[in-house]
Design a protein around this ligand. Sequence first.
Ligand SMILES: Cc1cc2nc3c(=O)[nH]c(=O)nc-3n(C[C@H](O)[C@H](O)[C@H](O)COP(=O)(O)O)c2cc1C
Length: 352
Amino acid sequence: MEATLRAILDTAVWAPSGDNSQPWSFTLHGNNIRVHLDPHRDNPILNFKLSGTYIAHGALIENIILAASLSGVRAEAHILPDLADPYCTAEIICTESGVDADPLAAFIRERHTNRKSYKKQPLGTEVTAAFSAAAETIKGTKLFLTEDKKAIRAVAAASAVMEQVALETPALREIFVGDILWTDEENRSGKQGLAIKTMELPLPARLIMRHLHNHFVARITDMIGFANMARLANTGLYASAPLMGLITIAEESPSAYIAAGRAIERVWLDAASHGLAFHPVTGILFLARSLERGSAEGLLPKHFEQIRRANATIRKQFGVEASDTPAMLFRTGYASPATARSYRRAPDIQTI
Ligand SMILES: Cc1cc2nc3c(=O)[nH]c(=O)nc-3n(C[C@H](O)[C@H](O)[C@H](O)COP(=O)(O)O)c2cc1C
């Protein structure tokens, strides 16, 4: 069984995580897998109360269950099983039962982020119904979808505020630029960070990003309004999608964020099964949560109102109830293939 569990984890770690941080490790005991969270891998400014890390774990846990089904293994997940250890996100009890392979499991390694411009081609009701069915199985989450052009434009403009804030805020700019993997070798090593080719930047933006740590270049970009240009360019890019979606949760807790991660992974795998490109555009939600909860550390007061308005626009366009919290925002549609994909480090597994 140990070899099977290791094979399941080899597949499952192809889950998405913010900045490809892969904030996880595992212990095997008998037929059980314990999933552990590393609280230091995701950056605190973009990871309010570890919410991004818990979302990534949700996607990972869903992948473990699905990947197990490929080997005829039934995987029963107990979420946050140990009150004394909030960093143990799941205990997964595996039994060889001849369970049927879940059709979504075939797309775990196929799923990836595509940050290109998308084609206007509508997706059709069969696809939107499949997304809803995929998310519905995860309790405590709601999926909102919109194909309305005006709503998409408004949400695109709101989410692109993130790029402006990130480029104008020294602490965020450092993370943004510092985490770029500039070579294929770095990407293939499975290191945390975004591989430059996966960012799909036009050449001038790529050159500026390459030299943005230089104070002189940073000053010139401020003078020419590069951050504002990036916001406008990304508004157009995000608005190219024929469909945008939002996953909300009813309460802000680690288990609710894990549920959001499970739901987004199922929708994303379903999108992959339909040959669709997919791109989370969630940064603005994380900034808004930090601000709402009074921990605006690292952010500049000049952006507070802009972040609040962007968050309010997203809530309004999707009709989110006041008591619910937006957890993951995404765009999807048909597109040409991503220029590159990100890699993973081998899973860190201890046997006890
Ligand atoms: C919680 C979370 C938030 C994310 N937010 C963004 C985002 O705002 N923008 C973006 O381009 N990608 C975002 N991503 C995608 C990750 O960067 C991506 O999953 C990771 O780099 C691995 O690449 P892959 O999805 O192609 O396997 C997010 C992923 C997760 C799990």
